[in-house]
Write a protein that binds this ligand. Structure first.
Ligand code: ZN
Length: 208
């Protein structure tokens, strides 16, 4: 008896909403002309390829989907956009690793790297103290930030603590949502500390 269980089936690919690993924008990724999706024999898994709709980018992504078109994994993984201009290299590198961990769904590792970026920020600004809590406190007299962002720094410290320890004390978990907000908050803090000055200078340079 012949059972064709190992037969692959080409499927016309649909557009997929993805955050581009290249340009960082969320876009409706298009199938590639004449390249069909393939259903994996004896599974409910579909494999496909898509490209970023941004004409300047056109990053090529491999996707694993369900038969219903839900994305299981994509490669290169989705990556939150981060402009590292004017940020000291060690901090930018650590924070980029946090973003890469998030893309790989390694949320606890991402939480630890966010905390490390804060440690490096304090070190760069010579904010001293025995603990990170004390160093953040002394940072208040060194850099000018809106009070809410200082509160945010302390929340990020606690997120990093929870990521480091086996049992979460402050947050319900160190998962996708906590890390995504943590990354956005860190971006705002880094922007305020390192990038705003440069932007103001560029604006001033345009005056007559
Ligand atoms: Zn792109």
């Amino acid at each position: 008896m012949l059972i064709k269980l190992n037969q692959t089936m080409p499927i016309a690919g649909q557009k997929l909403s993805l955050r581009c690993p290249g340009c960082g924008n969320i876009g409706s990724f298009e199938p590639i002309d004449l390249i069909y999706d393939i259903s994996v024999p004896m599974t409910t898994t579909v494999l496909g390829q898509r490209v970023c709709p941004n004409p300047e980018c056109r990053t090529h992504v491999f996707c694993i989907l369900t038969l219903q078109g839900k994305i299981i994994r994509s490669y290169p993984p989705e990556r939150i956009h981060f402009e590292s201009g004017s940020i000291p290299e060690p901090i930018a590198k650590t924070f980029s690793e946090a973003i890469a961990c998030h893309g790989e769904q390694l949320y606890v590792a991402a939480g630890i790297m966010i905390r490390r970026a804060l440690e490096e920020l304090c070190e760069d600004k010579h904010a001293d103290g025995k603990t990170l809590q004390e160093r953040i406190q002394s940072l208040r007299s060194i850099v000018v930030l809106p009070p809410d962002l200082f509160e945010g720094l302390d929340d990020l410290r606690l997120l990093g603590n929870d990521a480091t320890h086996v049992e979460s004390k402050t947050y319900k978990s160190v998962g996708r949502e906590e890390v995504e907000i943590g990354i956005e908050l860190t971006k705002e803090i880094l922007k305020a500390v390192y990038q705003l000055g440069g932007l103001i200078e560029r604006m001033r340079a345009l005056k007559k």
